[in-house]
Structure formats: C-alpha cells, structure tokens
Design a protein around this ligand. Structure first.
Ligand code: ADP
Ligand code: ASP
Ligand code: MG
Length: 416
C-alpha cells in the first residue's frame, strides 16, 4: 500500500465548509487505496490573531526567551483545532480518523522556540496507524522541544511538517493543497501575466522560497530535496473529482525543458539597517552580527563601505522587517561596546530576485535585469547573487512595477 502525505494550508481549512472541501480530497486518496497522513494549518488568520493576543498580553520578545515558549503554547492551538475538526469531518463521512499533535507522534525539535527545527521524527506509530486504514490528521507547525514543551517552526511551518512526515513515512509523494493551483512564474496576486509552472527543480524552488515566495516554507523544500520526496502544489479550490495538474517540484534531471530564468520573486518584508562610523578594526563586525545572531535575527545582504571619517567604516545589512525593531533595540544596547556613531534604518525597501538554473550556463541574465530596471528609472541600492539567483534591493514603491517589467523582460509572460 502506498503512503501519501497531504497538507492543507490556512485558507484551505478556513471554516467548516473549507474543511469539508479538504475532506473530499482526502477521501479520494483513501478510496484509491492509499495510506494517508494529512498535515493541517490553523484556520486562515488564526495564527496572526493568536500572535496578536500574545503581543498584547506579554512583554516584547527581545530574545529567544520565555516569551516564545509561552507564545508557542498559544499559537500551536490553532493547528490543534483544525486537526480535530478534520478528523471529526472524516468520521462523519464514515472513515476511521484521529488527530495527532506533534508531541504524540512524537516529532522532536531543537530548543529554538518560535523558529524550531525538526531534530527527530519517529513515524512508527503513525505509519502503523495509517497502514491499518486510519487517517492520521496531524497538527502542523509544531513539535516537542528538549524542554518537553511545544515548539513551533516559524511562519508557514506546516509545509515543513508535511515534508518531514513524507520523508519519515517514505511516502510516494507529498501534496501541498493551497489557494493557488501551483507555483507560478511570479506571485499571481501581483500580475495576471504570471504563468503556472508544470515542473520546477528542488534547487530553484529552494531559492524561490528562501528569497520570499511564500507558497512553500524554505525548510520544507530542503527536506523534500534531501529525502527525494516529490512535492506537488495543488489548489484545494479545484473540484476534488477533477483537480488541476498543479506544479511538481522534482529533481532537475526529471525536467526536459529548462528555462534560463524560471521566476521573479519579490519580498516586501525587508528592511535595511546601517551602522554608521564603526571603528575599522578586527572584531567590530563580529560583535554586531554575534549580537544579532544571539537574539535570532536573520541577516541577508551585508555591505561594508568606507566612512567619511578615516579609520571608520559603515556596515549595512538587510533583515526581515518583522525583526527590525528587535535588531535596532539590540544594537542600541551595545552602542558603547561596539563604538559606532549612529544607526539608520529603512523599511521602505523590497528585494526582487530572478531565479533560474540556466544562469549557471548562460551569460546576460544580470545585464538584462539591470538594464530593465534602468530603463524604468528604478535605482538599485544593493545587489546579491548566487549561482542560480540575482537579487536587488530597491525602493518598495517601485517593487510591483519592477516585478512586472522583469517578468516581461525574461519572457515569462509567454504561454509555454
Ligand atoms: P497556505 O495558507 O496554503 O500555506 P500561503 O499563503 O502560505 O498558503 O501560500 C500561498 C500564496 O503564496 C499564494 O496565495 C500566493 O499569493 C503566494 N505566492 C507567492 N509567490 C508565489 C508563486 N511564485 N507561485 C504561487 N504562489 C505564490
Ligand atoms: N499556521 C502557521 C502560519 O500561519 C503555520 C502554517 O500555516 O503553515 O504560519
Ligand atoms: Mg503557507
């Protein structure tokens, strides 16, 4: 009997009607003879609501501290509710089903509450349950930390629960049901010109996710790639008896036709910090970034430039806008120790990335990007590249315009 893992995101379980629609997809797989585990998100908007309550109730979260431990207890409840509800709906349809919380599996995580990583997933009991014909409805986004308490995986974490379950259960595939019918050449909410991609390599999807295409959490793609789990992105809004083809995320070798550029991905959740006049001597940059790492602030682009004052440097970096206040607060607290003069921050920036495996072997991708932006009068503040990606930082007011221009410049709007 083949095992299948299915995942339903927040909009796909937003209310009982949506949960019933999800149940119809689950039913289809079970009736086809598969052993099925389902990972579910909280109802749409619920995680935001619960985080908002924690913000109101508790002290601000300056570090990986007690605040995140209790916040995890609160926010994980969203997934607990939907797992129970979907199990009840399946039972109502005449199927055997039960809910599983992370600790019941057990799915063990590291100690980083709020952004935990999976340390171990013992799927023995779960595997036996689904092979006996019972549907396992797993609360996504959560596991149990070494302190014995619930830990969550960061926003979008149910994708990672699903991929990890699929790897551990040696599932034939992992189907991610969401509110779009696949992975697109750019966020379909930004332009009607976006096209669904039939097949995309793990590597490209990983870059897309890590630069901000929120359709899949980065860690879920890493896991699927490492364990060679075929991932599919599908719409839970399609009719269950006639689902669309979706997008298959698979090995590069399984894709016949490669594009030079596959997607354009914007990230509006960016901010820059510039630390002005840092003494230009060993250890100062280390002090800045160690402080930020200690409180779990992730850094992306870093640029050091000469300050007007001799013997001093300016250090700029980008971080997530959500982390900006914590980053600034933490650096203010060590101003004297680091010896810098002032801090500047800017929320009004966006990162636009173009991604494509073909960049490994084709020249001219960067020049097309820079020329297209120049022709539109868009100034580039910062550039960052990897083997299959070029990212630029620009003013966020120009971001949507830039996405549409680049999408067209690389011919992504042409039907394929
Ligand atoms: P879920 O709640 O199902 O996890 P998400 O909101 O996390 O859904 O992810 C789906 C959303 O991702 C889509 O509604 C879409 O706006 C956004 N998205 C961003 N980039 C892309 C892309 N390249 N292709 C498809 N969707 C994208
Ligand atoms: N409910 C969590 C979130 O909104 C996890 C998820 O949906 O994947 O981020
Ligand atoms: Mg998501």
């Amino acid at each position: 009997m083949t095992r299948i893992v299915m995942k339903f995101g927040g909009t796909s379980v937003a209310n009982l009607d949506r949960i019933r629609a999800a149940a119809a997809f689950v039913r289809r797989e079970v009736d086809a003879g598969h052993s099925v585990a389902v990972a579910v998100s909280a109802m749409a908007g619920e995680t935001n609501r619960l985080i908002g309550l924690c913000d109101e109730a508790g002290p601000p979260a300056p570090a990986l501290d007690a605040r995140f431990v209790e916040q995890d207890a609160v926010v994980s409840s969203g997934e607990q509710v939907t797992s129970g509800l979907l199990a009840l709906v399946m039972q109502q349809l005449g199927y055997r089903a039960r809910s599983w919380q992370g600790w019941q599996i057990p799915l063990k995580t590291d100690e980083r509450h709020g952004s935990a990583r999976i340390a171990d997933l013992d799927s023995t009991a779960l595997g036996e349950a689904i092979d006996s014909g019972e549907i396992a409805v797993v609360a996504g986004f959560q596991g149990v930390a070494p302190d014995g308490r619930i830990a969550t995986f960061g926003r979008g974490g149910t994708d990672t629960s699903a991929a990890a379950l699929a790897a551990a259960l040696k599932a034939e595939r992992c189907d991610i049901y969401t509110d779009v019918d696949g992975v697109y050449t750019t966020d379909p909410r930004l332009t009607k010109q976006a096209r669904r991609i039939d097949k995309i390599s793990y590597e490209e999807m990983l870059e897309m996710a890590s630069v901000g295409a929120k359709v899949l959490q980065t860690r879920s793609v890493e896991l699927a790639m490492a364990w060679k789990v075929p991932l599919r992105v599908l719409s839970s809004f399609d009719p269950p008896d006639a689902p669309g083809p979706g997008t298959l995320i698979c090995d590069e070798d399984d894709i016949v036709e490669q594009n030079i550029v596959t997607a354009v991905t914007p990230d509006f959740n960016e901010a820059t910090v510039t630390v002005l006049a840092v003494p230009d001597e060993p250890g100062r940059a280390a002090a800045i970034f160690t402080r930020l790492a200690d409180i779990g602030v992730n850094i992306d682009m870093i640029v050091q430039s000469a300050s007007r004052e001799p013997g001093f440097a300016n250090i700029s970096f980008t971080t997530k806008e959500d982390d900006l206040d914590r980053a600034v607060e933490a650096l203010n607290a060590v101003k004297d120790k680091i010896g810098y003069n002032a801090l500047q921050s800017d929320r009004n920036v966006a990162k636009i990335s173009v991604i494509g495996l073909g960049m490994k072997s084709h020249a001219g991708v960067a020049s097309t990007m820079f020329q297209t932006l120049a022709d539109k009068g868009i100034n580039i503040q910062n550039i960052f590249t990897s083997e299959i990606k070029i990212s630029v930082l620009i003013n966020s007011d120009a971001a949507e315009y830039a996405v549409r221009a680049l999408h067209e410049a690389y011919g992504l709007d042409k039907a394929r």
